[in-house]
Design a protein around this ligand. Sequence first.
Ligand SMILES: *[C@@H]1O[C@H](CO)[C@@H](O)[C@H](O)[C@H]1NC(C)=O
Ligand SMILES: *[C@@H]1O[C@H](CO)[C@@H](O)[C@H](O)[C@H]1NC(C)=O
Ligand SMILES: *[C@@H]1O[C@H](CO)[C@@H](O)[C@H](O)[C@H]1NC(C)=O
Ligand SMILES: *[C@@H]1O[C@H](CO)[C@@H](O)[C@H](O)[C@H]1NC(C)=O
Ligand SMILES: *[C@@H]1O[C@H](CO)[C@@H](O)[C@H](O)[C@H]1NC(C)=O
Ligand SMILES: *[C@@H]1O[C@H](CO)[C@@H](O)[C@H](O)[C@H]1NC(C)=O
Ligand SMILES: *[C@@H]1O[C@H](CO)[C@@H](O)[C@H](O)[C@H]1NC(C)=O
Ligand SMILES: *[C@@H]1O[C@H](CO)[C@@H](O)[C@H](O)[C@H]1NC(C)=O
Length: 474
Amino acid sequence: MRHILAGLVLSSALVARAWDGQPTHIYGVNLGSWLVLEPWMLPQEWLDMGGQSCADDCWTCIATESSFAQAYPDTVDTTFAQHWDTWFTQDNVNTLKAAGINTVRVPLGYWIVEALVDRSHESYPRGGLKYLRRGLGWLKDAGIQAILDHHALPGVQTPAQMFTGNCTSDVQFYTPYNYHRALVWTTVMTALSHLDPDFGSVFAIEAVNEPMMNATQTPHYGAFQRNFVQVIRAVELTLGIYVPSSSLSLSVPLSVSNNFTAALSATSSATIFPVEVRTALVEAVPILLEIGVASGLQTIFEASPFKRSCTSLVANFMDVNWQSDNPSNPADVAIGSQAYDNHLYYSFGGVAAADPTSYLISICNLSRIQADAAVGDSPLWFGEWGLSTEFNATDEFLYKWADAQKLAYSKGAGWIYWNFKTEISSLTNGSALARQWSYLEGLKLGFLTHDPAALHDPNVCAPYMNSTANSTSS
Ligand SMILES: *[C@@H]1O[C@H](CO)[C@@H](O)[C@H](O)[C@H]1NC(C)=O
Ligand SMILES: *[C@@H]1O[C@H](CO)[C@@H](O)[C@H](O)[C@H]1NC(C)=O
Ligand SMILES: *[C@@H]1O[C@H](CO)[C@@H](O)[C@H](O)[C@H]1NC(C)=O
Ligand SMILES: *[C@@H]1O[C@H](CO)[C@@H](O)[C@H](O)[C@H]1NC(C)=O
Ligand SMILES: *[C@@H]1O[C@H](CO)[C@@H](O)[C@H](O)[C@H]1NC(C)=O
Ligand SMILES: *[C@@H]1O[C@H](CO)[C@@H](O)[C@H](O)[C@H]1NC(C)=O
Ligand SMILES: *[C@@H]1O[C@H](CO)[C@@H](O)[C@H](O)[C@H]1NC(C)=O
Ligand SMILES: *[C@@H]1O[C@H](CO)[C@@H](O)[C@H](O)[C@H]1NC(C)=O
């Protein structure tokens, strides 16, 4: 029943209605390589910044934010400020708005909450929050909603990936210390989402981007999911925000009803929440006070009556079927609205045989939405996908490939393309990379349509369904 409620909230309150009164889908792009930089998407800029290129072996050279920060401790902040200032701009927002994009997913590292970085052995650029606030403000003004995606977790959630900020085989996220830091991060982000006017575009927070796929390697992830939901709801109940389908109740002492940080301290002694949640709230208080001073939000955080009219956030998780080997199901810990995320890239192999017909048979016959709905993971959106392929794709194929994927994902809650843009330089063979990875380039080349709900051929899948005779994939 909770899932039905979540669906209603999503379609009626959060996503604007359009097109003849039908609820719209999520038509989105990721703001990748902005606040979590992945050099493969901007190889020339990365070299110009002082980074290095080491192809697949990202641990052997300066290929992540942390190795960069270690190599350039004195200049890293100014170098990254320049990147944050220019990679995602007001101009991009205008273009995305004009192209009908209604949602962005914003990949973030834990280090955007600077106090969480243990500088004794972790290095990351500082100053990103200012740019995040500015960008979210632009999105709010444009009416584009945002998902804050915890993309790069403390301790690293998956091995040997640039997108974790630290390319290493030593995965430490699934430990009490790092789960705890992620909960403090979530507390801070929830508070900012409800209190900082610039965060007015945020409607969801995603717990963990792409945890390891084998659940035996992610011990206690289910307990973390439960705590993640509870810290969000604890902040919201502190603010007096209505949480649908929740029986939790909390009364904030009158003496602190004009000081949110004090009220959060008071909530941390509410025994309806487990100790792990309560300590995360307490530890977020000094961090919020510090951010309040640095960001001019002190009055809002410490000396204003709380806004009670806000909508509660959607708690967003990678779907249960992202993992194998007896994963914990985030639907089991729902309090209020939840939504689920699945990512689908054919180019990394393992989905379908490496030829155009097999790709189309596979996508046209996609069963992930039904499989998730059967275990309560609904609504589901596809938070990462693109046009990349394991073979050299013709233009003719890419029109179909874009259409067929959009068609498949729109049977769920919609889609979010990876990425809004990628570099075009001699190192990317001109537009060869952008052609299959950049939404803005895909629009320019015509594979993606100027109305994101439109398809070049609504019957693109007709030849590829109900065909078992010549199917080479499953
Ligand atoms: C990267 O991860 C390794 C292994 O966990 C750790 O020893 C190192 O301190 C991390 N580096 C940074 C800069 O976070
Ligand atoms: C998951 O890990 C366990 C323990 O290492 C192993 O037995 C199992 O085969 C793995 N599952 C998959 C699908 O690789
Ligand atoms: C608000 O509460 C915090 C946390 O208890 C406290 O540090 C701060 O001084 C208070 N601010 C005001 C203006 O009373
Ligand atoms: C794609 O084309 C490039 C350049 O012509 C070629 O080097 C490469 O081998 C081709 N890849 C495949 C998978 O055919
Ligand atoms: C570079 O891109 C062109 C098309 O723009 C393509 O024909 C060529 O095969 C690509 N070269 C490589 C090495 O990928
Ligand atoms: C199956 O084969 C027929 C005849 O070769 C072809 O027209 C059709 O497109 C194929 N369908 C699929 C799904 O491959
Ligand atoms: C197979 O075709 C029938 C009738 O055209 C249609 O109702 C059904 O949804 C199709 N099944 C799949 C898996 O495409
Ligand atoms: C694909 O469609 C065929 C025919 O409708 C069906 O038998 C098969 O189960 C489908 N595969 C998936 C993965 O849904």
